[in-house]
Design a binder for this molecule. Sequence first.
Ligand code: OOB
Length: 546
Amino acid sequence: MAALTPGVDAPTWPAEFAERYRAAGYWRGETFGGMLRERAAAHPDRVALVDPAPERRTWTYRQLDERADRLAAGFAARGIGKGDRVVLHLPNVGEFVEVVFALFRIGALPVYALPAHRETEISYFCSFTEAVAYVIPDRHAGFDHRDLASAVARKAPSLRHVFVVGEPGEHTALREVARAPEEPPAGPRAHELAFLQLSGGTTGVPKLIPRTHDDYLYSLRGSNEICGVGPGTRFLVVLPAAHNFPMSSPGWLGTLLAGGRVVMCPRPDPSTAFPLVAREGITMTGLVPPLALVWTQAAAAAREDLSHLELVLVGGAKYSEEAARRLRPALGCRLMQVFGMAEGLVNYTRLDDDEETVVTTQGRPISPDDEIRIVDDDDRDVPEGEFGHLLTRGPYTIRGYWRAHKHNARSFTPDGFYRTGDLVRRTPGGHLVVGGRAKDQINRGGEKIAPEEVENIILAHPGVHDVSVVAVPDTYLGERSLAYVIPREGAAPLRPAQIRRFVRERGIAAYKVPDLVEFVTAFPQTGIGKVSKKGLRSVATAADQQ
Ligand code: OOB
């Protein structure tokens, strides 16, 4: 299959920007495959990766490098090559890192599915990207992924391989793929695509985010410098490894770039994570706000030694000031807020920021060349310090989604700024404060839900006339989802549980199943007669307060 360069399947940076970013030293012509090779040559025997469960396994940098070569050779022998898409659907296991680096070496593109995704999402990713392979665990969290893979394979004609970590069933065991590397395959170039990330999404189906080696490696170098990542860093991957936050802020990729040690955490709860923090001497991790809250509360009674922990990053959703104030005393480490997006721009509070800034702002951009505009509904700059829509462009922010030209015209300005959909203001010190959101999305404790995706499923129910899914405030998750349903006239009466079951049975990530369902006879209307999501949200908030 033909190699994909960013300009073909998605808009890329105009030449003058690319030149500027190269001249500034942001884009250095390095690839991920080359990066691991270099690290393995520099410190072959240092431990790169630990998978603690069910029995502890470790990979030195040399072992990881060799393993990536052998797997790359095995993938190549099966006809997987440069530009091919491979949907990766693994939990936090060592094989995640092995497979990703093997794909990087041959220039095949991982498509990072989340562990919670089910048949609806995976079938879409496989069909839309014309994926040639799908990588799964045998079972995870009580779910048999092999059956899911068989169902997906029937629907996605491009899919030629299913590789299984563990017992393969009717598919291929990953452990049988590796083979002695012959001549090294021609790898990708640094300006070419490295992988496809998923967008949180506002539309019926998630958009794919094309990231290049050059741009992503720059965001890692910048993140490492800001967070103080070095060879001594031991980073615990608590959130799903496929998500952009634990991958790159500074994440497991940043840690490997710095020659540190990555430890996979199989589950995020304190009873799993705290013993690992103690045993593995973890110095850094990243959490979403609800999890940070749970860790903060659990730390008081914890008997484990958490004293190696130096820095906890919290982001993905708004972290309340009150919760932020409690983290440092409870966990005995520094806090850094991170406001980022898989499309690119990442903001961090800084290690030398004062306490007030760390607990009340969501940080400032990585790069001096991250351009930030804060505008009104007509794209005019708002007065300094006021809230407005955040637009951004820069050396690691995409210029368009993958194969989504129509959507790109809405999500990007003509001069290439990404419309984040976030409402922010800038403090005199240059830090951003997130005040809300203009995009139609629900942020359920960091997990993003596109209402339209859930609405489309509920609309398929024969007893439903119309539906609108909105966010409602929640003290623990920040937001939960509520589906307002107008039943079809004359249909048998419905119960909320039936709607929830209907959505679940469609095979969709569990976090997208509406938390609440309410039956109504009409939605609030806006001036032009369109359903008002804002109106629905305020109805829900008022109901919540009664
Ligand atoms: C991260 O990435 P995504 O792509 O899952 O979600 C991005 C969106 C942002 O546009 C914003 O709406 C929200 O998530 N968000 C925050 C936030 N961090 C992200 N909202 C309020 N406060 C924050 N601190 O979520 C992500 C990617 C890289 C690093 C960190 C988070």
